[in-house]
Design a protein around this ligand. Sequence first.
Ligand code: GLU
Length: 612
Amino acid sequence: MTPKKLAASLTAGALVLTGLTAGGVPAQATAESHAPKPPAKNATAIGFGGAVASVDPEATNVGIGVLRRGGNAVDAAVATAAALGVTEPYSAGIGGGGYFVYYSAKNHKVYTIDGRETAPATMPGDAFVNKATGTPYPFAELVTSGVSVGVPGTLATWDSALKSWGSLSLKKAIKPAADLADRGFVVDQTFRNQTLDNKTRFAQVTPTAKLFLPGGDAPQVGTVFRNKELARTYELIGKQGPSAFYSGPLAAEMAAVVKTPPKAPGATLPMFPGYLTTADLAKYKVLKQDPTKVRYDGLEVYGMAPSSSGGTTVGEALNILAPKKLSKLSTPDALHNYLEASALSFADRGRYVGDPKFVDVPTEELLSKGFGAERSCQIDPDKAAAKPVPPGSPDGSYDACAPAVAKAEHPDTEGLSTTHLVASDRWGNVVSYTLTIEQTGGSGITVPGRGFLLNNELTDFSALPDPADPNRIEPNKRPRSSMSPTIVLKHGKPFLALGSPGGSTIITTVLQTLTNRLDRGMTLPEAVAAPRASQRNTATVTAEPDFITAYEDQLTPYGHKLVLAGDALTSAAEIGAVAALEFLPGGGYLAAAEPKRRGGGSAATVHQVWPR
Ligand code: GLU
């Protein structure tokens, strides 16, 4: 199809594809009349030549700029991620880690990079336990501390992705983000809220208070927030390469600040010292590994293998749901099955998934059709099982309906932050990339003078040193993640790419969005916008207010108990923040970000057909 014909056909199909009615015009950013203006943003975009979706318009624009200048999807993804390090510093950045999933159009193959943080070499298994009481320190104390900081993997991920599949140097890929940090961005309500949510702890860490609480308060909406320190850090890395970070001056500074977190006068948090050393940084390596893969309704769904539990848990849940044929069920029956499949796969995640270098993870069996079918027939079509449900036996021998094995439950301590982006280019390459510093605001520790926060990823480990727990702390181990960057192929060609933040709700958000799109007759923007609920093998189902309003009456008869999402640390009762792409026949792209959650995300295409 010629670009002109494609444009015409995309324009004609735009309203159908987006599911938007005249009243559903995409949100435009607003600002005071004489205040600096943030870039306009659309939650949905249709066009061709490549596409990017992320939670932030500045970051999406950076990625689109890279594509327009001839860069590929990997260049754009790294540039977008670096820009998110500026505008979403509490969720992403070089102080954290993540998982990068890449489809190569040339090789017709999906590759992954595990850039997860690791535990320092000298971290003891009981690092989170108060020796006086034998119980874990309060979570709120562990979060804001050196002991929660893992060896960051994000910069090594960018470097590895660019070297393997990119066309730009690291220096060029992060230059637009350095410029953005220099000139600043307009503070929106989401940034202010996230800062306010963290104000009490940020105020206790000297360099963090200095950077993120100028004048003692969160930056006001509509003002420009500059991060010159981060601009200089990106420039230094551009000049010297990742070694500036992993073995140069930054390494020594990170180790020092983790060992002695810089407490502000009057700080009340204990801020336990951590174990990160320059030796840990010097030896950090990303891992390249095969993706997980399951077939669902004739599609191939690719995800992240352990150390993330994303690929195995989403994949197992899809295998559990496949025999149920959701598309033929009523909405309440489809939602009931979605919730039950989530609970079953979470039971298996808790029992079997950890860093495969340390525990024997039965990845293949967890993703086998036989195991999925065995688990599937444990779902009562009319009644929610009592939670927690016990894990199954992914042992290679499956009955039509085997009883589950004994109980093993470990509390879930993941935060609710992180960010996801998707990028594609004119050649048909695709990236689905989730990155994080764990909690919103990470460890709360900013590296002095360097403009970025360090992660608290190690709180993703279970706190108690239980030898039966695949996610117990061990030196040099990667904590189990829930990040689920996903790419779906149809007839061997890209069809969907998606992912989300949200701690362990990432898994259910990706699963729910997939089933919304694939089984429940929704367009991609509808699937993203639909209200969410998350069943992670607990007595209650966490749900957004709109989900409760719409479905509580329908789901109560099955025995599902819905409770409002959100925790003490976040101000919104939201679940996840999806960024997604759909590949349209003829070479077009439909990019979809959140219309409302986190203040709305930003989707754009290189040659935009809709909205213009
Ligand atoms: N640390 C979490 C994970 O790896 C992600 C945190 C979040 O999304 O808030 O699964």
